[in-house]
Design a protein around this ligand. Structure first.
Ligand SMILES: N[C@@H](CCC(=O)N[C@@H](CS)C(=O)NCC(=O)O)C(=O)O
Length: 213
């Protein structure tokens, strides 16, 4: 089986996929489409968007789109969905909550009008982000108190794709909103550090290309 991720030369909706492959120790081709080449690629993708994942074997060629579906596919295939159906469902829950937050994030990051961008950013920083991070920090604190996994991860005893997905998005908040964004959320900072400290992930991070967002 070979895997080819097609995405732009940025972190965005592709980096969690790259991190999942890294955590699983699985090689993949990281094809980065330039803005100039994108119009020629777009119509060949299932939804006119990236990322896509091509999965090829000697006899089959398959393409999967939608970043969260791709993450979940890799997680299932390489045992990053927790220990049972319940833990898998909790991974989905946490990921969906953070997807909701990032639906608000894109509203300010990609807004071209300066006034609208400033208003959307203020709403994100003052309302949407603290509401979600407060809840997530409390959830993480409760796994810590139950001491299920030394307090390192969100679901069950081991690293799951929810931890990886969320650590990546927390880093995105630090780079787009500010480096102190996790100051009030110590359990989330600990989660991000635990994920980024997993041997295979640490090795990937040390070697990955620079990218703006
Ligand atoms: N729901 C989709 C959204 C994909 C998406 O918005 N992709 C953007 C890049 S992050 C894209 O392809 N933009 C170029 C375009 O729409 O032409 C997913 O999660 O994969």
């Amino acid at each position: 089986m070979t895997y080819k991720l097609k995405y732009f030369n940025m972190r965005g909706r592709g980096e969690d996929i790259r991190l999942l492959f890294a955590a699983a120790g699985v090689k993949f081709t990281d094809e980065r489409i330039s803005n100039e080449d994108w119009p020629g690629v777009k119509d060949g993708t299932p939804w006119g968007q990236l990322p896509t994942l091509e999965i090829n074997s000697a006899t089959t060629r398959q393409t999967l789109a939608q970043s969260v579906a791709i993450c979940r596919y890799i997680a299932r295939k390489f045992s990053l969905t927790g220990a049972n159906e319940w833990e898998a469902a909790k991974c989905d829950e946490y990921v969906d909550a953070v997807v909701d937050l990032f639906a608000e994030w894109v509203k300010f990051v990609f807004e071209p009008d300066a006034d609208k961008k400033a208003k959307a950013k203020e709403a994100f920083v003052k309302v949407h982000m603290p509401a979600k991070l407060k809840k997530l920090n409390m959830l993480k604190a409760s796994t810590y108190l139950r001491n299920e996994n030394g307090g390192n991860f969100l679901v069950g005893k081991n690293l799951t794709w929810a931890d990886i997905f969320i650590a990546d998005k927390l880093e995105r908040l630090e780079t787009s909103v500010g480096p102190k964004v996790l100051d009030g959320y110590p359990h989330l900072r600990k989660l991000k550090e635990a994920v980024f400290n997993v041997d295979k992930i640490r090795a990937y991070l040390a070697a990955r290309p620079e990218a703006a967002m």
